[in-house]
Design a protein around this ligand. Structure first.
Ligand SMILES: [Zn+2]
Length: 438
């Protein structure tokens, strides 16, 4: 009896002393403001891409362990979003119509998470493998009714984004070439303190102390990784490393969005080789980001596609088979292979053997020969897809949910069945800023 009483007293003392302390710790963690947030968007990347890439790679993805939920992707006016509406939802917490950037369906300007981060004293950055003025990066730092207005997007980006790395030089220069009287955005950027560069060497030679960097490595989009035959353009991983180095100069922290923009491009033309190799390049960038986040301890990493592209399937053609491994043999995209065909396409068998390892059947050779001029690359991609048992259902996007991954402090907030509009709201909470859109 005595022993029971004694142990009960000890037990309750422990409860009184330890439990409140424990709760305090949890509360403090919940309210902790995280210094840096890196949002990574593999454009067009759905679960079929995840599975295909796992088979292609032969092992788990670097970010597989951090899968935390799914996100709904629809836009304000369609169950099937485009990248403009998807990125607007992911940057502002508000759904808009397809093709619109950083504005409501009736054209009202929305505050973006990048702008809120900037307002809190943090540095900001955008990195992509397509044009930096393309829909996904644009929606974080610009407000236009139409995503096509890329000249205006360029002008807006240089007023608030500290580090801009990608393609799209054309949109920073075009006004000079078209109309001398108008301002040249590139010159404005240089005079407002941007360190400007346009080659991989220049990027690799940055000192790391440059706080404002504008790197435009192609007139439009960067060359697909599998088609690169020179080292003039940096990889997504190299741009990522440079961006983090530059943004990390700010003691108040930073917000960085990194887009694997060409996974989507591959999906549009049903090119599984392109898609797998761009996913590989994206994964390499993720690895660098995770290394930084693990060492830094004050960085939340969120990875989520904006939508599916192409309606890819793993398996198809009425067989219980997948043969994605075959894609490892390929050395070029369908577009590149098509450019190597002669006028009559009589060298199709040789070219296909050289770049894909595939020995064409007579039927397949005929398929390439008979394709309309604009669809030669697609006919090549369909032959490769069928051999790899990868199916496609559309040349645009599909409305399926996409996976979300998170790593670092407060990453648990991103778990469950989310809407794409939840992402910036949760990032705002984590960064201790308000996202003021209603
Ligand atoms: Zn797309």
């Amino acid at each position: 009896m005595y022993n029971f009483k004694k142990s009960s007293i000890v037990f309750f003392c422990v409860l009184i002393i330890v439990l409140p302390l424990d709760l305090q710790v949890v509360e403090a963690e919940e309210q902790d403001v995280v210094e840096n947030v890196i949002l990574m968007i593999p454009d067009g990347f759905s679960t079929s891409y995840v599975t295909s890439y796992r088979l292609f790679k032969g092992e788990e993805l670097v970010f597989d362990p951090f899968l935390i939920g799914m996100i709904k992707t629809n836009s304000a006016n369609s169950w099937v979003t485009d990248s403009a509406a998807a990125a607007t939802a992911m940057s502002t917490g508000v759904k808009t119509n397809n093709k619109m950037i950083g504005v409501t369906p009736d054209g009202q300007i929305l505050k973006t998470i990048l702008e809120e981060a900037k307002g809190s004293g943090r540095s900001t950055g955008l990195v992509t493998t397509v044009s930096i003025t393309d829909a996904t990066p644009a929606a974080f730092g610009a407000h236009v009714i139409s995503r096509k207005d890329q000249t205006e997007i360029a002008k807006q980006l240089i007023t608030k984004v500290d580090v801009l790395l990608g393609g799209g030089k054309y949109h920073f220069l075009s006004e000079t070439s078209r109309n001398e009287k108008q301002e040249n955005t590139l010159e404005v950027a240089k005079s407002s303190g941007y360190y400007y560069l346009e080659t991989r060497d220049q990027l690799l030679n940055l000192s790391g102390s440059e706080e404002k960097v504008l790197g435009l490595f192609a007139e439009a989009e960067l060359t697909p990784v599998i088609d690169k035959r020179t080292k003039e353009q940096p990889s997504l991983e190299e741009m990522t490393t440079a961006a983090i180095q530059s943004l990390h100069n700010n003691e108040k922290g930073f917000f960085l969005m990194i887009e694997g923009g060409q996974i989507d491009r591959a999906g549009h033309v049903h090119d599984p080789v392109w898609a797998m190799n761009e996913t590989k390049a994206f994964e390499e960038a993720v690895e660098k980001v995770l290394d930084f986040a693990k060492e830094n301890g004050q960085t939340l990493v969120v990875i989520a596609g904006d939508h599916d592209t192409g309606g890819m399937s793993v398996g198809g053609y009425d067989e219980y088979v997948a043969n994605v491994e075959l894609l490892k043999e390929a050395k070029a995209t369908g577009n590149y292979i098509a450019s190597k065909l002669n006028h009559k396409r009589s060298n199709a068998a040789n070219v296909m053997k050289e770049y894909t390892g595939i020995k064409l059947t007579k039927k397949e050779a005929k398929q390439i020969k008979k394709a309309k001029k604009k669809e030669v690359a697609i006919s090549i991609n369909h032959i490769i897809s069928k051999r790899a048992y990868i199916g496609w259902t559309t040349h645009v996007h599909s409305g399926t949910n996409v996976p979300i991954y998170a790593f670092g402090p407060r990453s648990h907030l991103f778990s469950g069945n989310l809407d794409n509009t939840d992402i910036p709201k949760k990032i705002a909470e984590v960064m201790g800023v308000e996202i003021s859109n209603k």
